[in-house]
Design a protein around this ligand. Sequence first.
Ligand SMILES: [Zn+2]
Ligand SMILES: [Zn+2]
Length: 264
Amino acid sequence: MLELCMLASGSSGNAVYIATEKTKILVDAGLSGRRLTAALAEIGADPTTLQALLISHDHNDHIYGAGVMSRRYRLPLYATEPTWKAAKNRLGKIAAENCRRLPLSGRLVIGDLLVETFPVPHDAAGPVGFVFRTENHAAALVTDLGYVTPYILDRLQQLDCIIVEANYDEEMLMNGPYPWPLKQRIKGNTGHLSNTLAAEMLLKILTPKTKHVILAHLSEHNNLPQLAYDTVYGLLAASGHKQGKEVFVQVAKRHTPSCYLRLA
Ligand SMILES: [Zn+2]
Ligand SMILES: [Zn+2]
């Protein structure tokens, strides 16, 4: 069994809940401790039963409540060495036994959950993406990346579910309110994935096993949930992946828990 739920998604804060029969973890903690605790309660998850908190990279929308959560629930906090260095001052004091290292590229076993990490191109210190595997199921979390490397594609094998960033619509970004340098940063090789780039990545990795696609980390100013869905699903459907049959595409909500999945 592999359960997952997006607790919040986007530049105002990211967190994903992942659970197996024996293991419950949180991936990223970009909301306040109070809001994370409330989001967990909303999906019926008890924060005192969490075994680990994994951090993808040091941007505030991924670590904002990480220090509080680790202290409040005595959670081992896993981050890459560069992330630890970059985030240290913002995390506050973390108990020595809870300072754990995440490999930039490698694997880690937490209870009955196998976690695989791989580097992603993003303007942070040592950012990573994840694949979570149980005996029979696998889900990937790939957000905050400027482009998809062949190495990333290689890691995304035999997935039941993929959570992928669909950050911006190219036209909305270019015609939107952001200053030119910020537009360039978002579009750049260490920025974020557009709706189209997300779809192109999906077309390279979807297999008959992959039933669930969750579009995540949508920009508040440069994207719309329906537009992200239409763009990505339009490209998938054109290649024969039909909604509800071959694949089920959902868009993660920004502020409230969404996309609860239970792969049994
Ligand atoms: Zn982010
Ligand atoms: Zn980021």
